[in-house]
Design a protein around this ligand. Sequence first.
Ligand SMILES: [Zn+2]
Length: 199
Amino acid sequence: MVWGGKSPQAAVTATNPFEPASRHGLVNGQFQELVETVAHTIPSQLRPALRDITFVNGCHPWSTAVIGECPYGTFDPTGWDIDGSVGHPWANTIWISSEAARSGDLPDVILHEASHAFVRNLLSDCYFLNNDVDSVEELLFLDFAHDTANPAELLADAFTLIFGSRGEDSYTYYLDRHDFEVSQEIMSRIKAAVWLCSK
Ligand SMILES: [Zn+2]
């Protein structure tokens, strides 16, 4: 998730496939085409993560309810609803807010969410050659262990730093907020993980 943005978007399209979510007034759709176009520019190494993912321009129901405003982006593998229940039709979606679409940071926001998908879908059952006990996902989370920050968010930002087109100028909300410096060693480990596990 990328937190940011001020107010929830409220417009609803009549014919979208996410009926329950649209009843909550959260699917926007105004920037749907732009979001999909930018999603197609994701570096080829990370694309396997997006095989079964649908992009939605709007405010994810659960994360919007939890933080009280529309987040820039949410990766939802299981279809969370406001009441915490899962298994809803919007499982395997990445939600991108209109505010993120209007910002100059859209490619980085999409890359951050795609990285969450990559970590979950490709690193959770992948193992480095010298360790068949701890998954690559678990080991990378350890690299980003932190007193107050969520390691998954720091890791997704690190992916953005490595695979984004703007390098050091990437939009990395969590790394900035927690003043977290990603070492060269960790960067190399992430690159190796992507190479090893993106088959
Ligand atoms: Zn995130």
